[in-house]
Design a protein around this ligand. Structure first.
Ligand code: PLP
Ligand code: COI
Length: 355
């Protein structure tokens, strides 16, 4: 249990005007959580302070070698007015999986969740209420040692910041076009693909720019060895409906074990659908689309929620899925997941945590 010190802001910022599109990750709230780590002392000095810039030496290790971890989750306000988080314990667990891979000291799960909950409580008036909006929560760790050698840092900062957000994609729930990248790769098995760390996203930028230049929203990555098997999208896991079965790439060490992915798999199974976690080759997809057996495709992620994919491009093949619209299963999953998150739908798995 953390003994959090509070230093509250004397002046509060103006909240966003109701009804104006929030976009994603553009504004921050009045406060942030911060805690230090020092070797020999452990995590110490947890505090909630006014949102502010931090000062680091130019030699701070995070700037040079990318020793960093981040997480993403959301707080929702239900129609009844209570504040809900979605499976925050899963983010705390995954944060430590990433920390371990990055040689960052682990954060006790209960401390991670407590930091998130306490900060959201302070900032609860920032949770937007319009449909499709939420308070995006970004916990992260950075390495702060002042040293230019390549080694794990001995000091760190763990911070949590908040951003009232709307849809991740400008198109909202409208289906997105996805570019299957056949040149660049994002991660390889044995690398850090399963961890949520800045380097994976830095590796994804060149492909993303290429895709955007061609009018596609995101990149769907192929495996880093054969460039043949489907992995995941830049900020989402990916699902297909083929022959009525829900199919998604298995966790193989190079993709992120998404919390939304896990939730969708469990929901679909509970509805009696067949779910397959397995290798899916790009050739299988092309064949399934051409023969009409692939009826839906959607991405899953905290920021993106459930994002129908209307178009997939691979080299000279452009596959249109569900006539470019929203498939039946995708819509049902979207309604159920957002329903559970906002407290509108029954929550048989106990995923939604009331603050
Ligand atoms: N894959 C990547 C690369 C991501 O950045 C995200 C977003 O967090 C996901 C998948 C989906 O994970 P989650 O559902 O836990 O948000
Ligand atoms: C999230 O969905 O929480 C993510 O982290 C995606 C992010 C890279 C925008």
């Amino acid at each position: 249990m953390l003994n959090i010190k509070y230093e509250l802001a004397k002046e509060l910022k103006a909240k966003p005007v109701k009804g104006q599109p929030l976009g994603f990750g553009k504004i921050t709230t009045d406060h942030m959580f911060i805690m230090n780590y020092t070797e020999g002392k452990g995590w110490h000095d947890p505090r909630i302070v006014p949102y502010q810039n931090i000062s680091l030496a130019p030699t701070a290790m995070v700037f040079h070698y990318g020793q960093t971890m981040f997480e993403g989750l959301k707080a929702y306000r239900s129609e009844g007015g209570e504040v809900r988080l979605f499976r925050p314990d899963m983010n705390a667990k995954r944060a430590n999986v990433s920390n371990k891979r990055l040689c960052i000291p682990e954060i006790p799960e209960e401390d991670f969740v407590q930091a998130v909950k306490e900060l959201v409580k302070v900032e609860k008036d920032w949770i937007p209420t319009e449909p499709g909006t939420s308070l995006y929560i970004r916990p992260f760790v950075i390495a702060t040692d002042e040293f230019l050698g390549v080694a794990p840092s001995k000091t760190y900062l763990f911070m949590v910041i908040l951003s009232p957000s709307g849809a991740y994609y400008a198109s909202g729930l409208a289906p997105v076009g996805i570019w299957i990248e056949d040149d660049y790769v994002r991660a390889v098995r044995g690398g850090m693909g399963f961890a949520k760390t800045g380097g994976n996203y830095a590796a994804s930028l060149a492909g993303q720019v290429k895709a955007h230049d061609d009018g596609y929203s995101q990149v769907l990555w192929l495996d880093g060895v054969e460039r043949k098997y489907i992995e995941e999208v830049g900020a989402m896991n990916i699902f297909f409906v083929i022959d009525g079965k829900v199919v998604t790439p298995m966790l193989n060490g190079s993709i992120l074990p998404g919390i939304t992915r896990d939730s969708v798999i469990n929901l679909c199974k509970s509805w009696g659908l067949t779910v397959e976690e397995r290798r899916i080759s790009v050739d299988e997809l092309i064949e399934a689309q051409k023969s009409g057996r692939m009826t839906e495709c959607f991405g899953t992620g905290t920021a993106a929620v459930i994002s129908p994919v209307g178009k997939l491009r691979y080299k000279d093949d452009v596959m249109t899925i569900a006539d470019g619209g929203i498939g039946e299963i995708s819509q049902k999953i979207y309604d159920t997941v957002t329903g559970i998150q906002t407290g509108k739908a029954a929550d048989p798995f106990g995923w939604s945590v009331v603050l």
